[in-house]
Design a binder for this molecule. Sequence first.
Ligand SMILES: Nc1ncnc2c1ncn2[C@@H]1O[C@H](COP(=O)(O)OP(=O)(O)OP(=O)(O)O)[C@@H](O)[C@H]1O
Ligand SMILES: [Mg+2]
Length: 368
Amino acid sequence: MYLEKLEINKFRNYEHLYVELSKSINIIYGNNAQGKTNLLESIYVLGLTKSHRSFIDNNLINKDSNFARIKGLLNIDDYKSTLEIIIQKTSKKLKIDNFDIKKVSDYISNLNIIIFYPEDLKIIKDSPGERRKYLNTELSQLYSNYYNSLNEYNKLLKMRNDYLKKVNDNTFDKEYLLIITNYLIDKAILIYRMRNQFLKEINNYCSEIFKNITGLEGFKLLYKPNIDLENNNFKEQLIEKFTKLLNTEIKLGNTLIGPHRDDFEFCIGDINLKNYGSQGQQRLAILTLKLAEIEVFKKNKGYYPILLLDDVFSELDEVKKNNLLNYINNDIQTIITTTDLNLINKDIIDRSKLFYIENGNLIESKEV
Ligand SMILES: Nc1ncnc2c1ncn2[C@@H]1O[C@H](COP(=O)(O)OP(=O)(O)OP(=O)(O)O)[C@@H](O)[C@H]1O
Ligand SMILES: [Mg+2]
């Protein structure tokens, strides 16, 4: 898939921008604070309805405006569709081919995006919540039923936690708690299975990619759910665990097991890179994850997602950079931003559509 055209209005520092992109490599270069990241962010928002770097939609709207609009012409094997998102101070509108789309789940699996950017390192470094957020975003793009299951799970979880806190109320009924628990377990199982399957598929590609980029063998992701993945009877396991934990959960007023407590590790052999990896290794691990994901998307969807690379070359040494560039393939629409064109090999530049950016304006250029 690729974005043929992109039009943005009043988004971040953009007043109005219209651009026709190459279906293979696009490079956007320019000084700091000109709008490179904002441009990638607009594409990300067009696909996923929210930003990768801001929780607050209002930040996306130009500070002198009360709305922002992003519109893109998507091409999948020559089947074209128009995606549009209008962000207002208190609401968001989603459209496909001018039809209003009410459910986010009907929207987000259409334009698939893999982004790699400097703050991505938090996926390894930060708490398990960051890793779950990553899984949720990627699985929602892959499967619309994941997004729905996760929402239902979160609602049930909140309901259960609220109810656990009501144990001293006269109306408290253990049977009712069991009913909620049962529904929760069914949704939990769907999420465990999809996450497990996804990480398994990533593992089919990532050790080879990591070896090709770094020369190191044995890279893998290790899923750490609070159930035994070897024992296929998830339902029985969870019922048993919940039964054992019931009194503690009532005491704490909190649900102690489930996919909301999941984690996964980035390992080389037995070594967890969170604790022992160098900053460079951690960055390359994330990069490997994203490159493996491209293949997982291709396998599941039948076409490549769009790859956004925000300022990723400045921190890699020459060898790793070249190894990474080998993965940049003309069949994958890639949008690369950089402040310094010298960081990108000449042969990649020759194959790219090149844009110079200044103060939210793009100028197509072949001049370097
Ligand atoms: N809502 C907004 N309204 C107006 N301007 C904004 C808004 N949000 C961000 N900006 C401005 O957009 C400008 C460009 O930001 P952006 O992050 O895209 O820069 P960049 O080109 O990626 O720079 P760098 O090379 O430093 O990463 C910044 O000056 C920022 O202050
Ligand atoms: Mg930037």
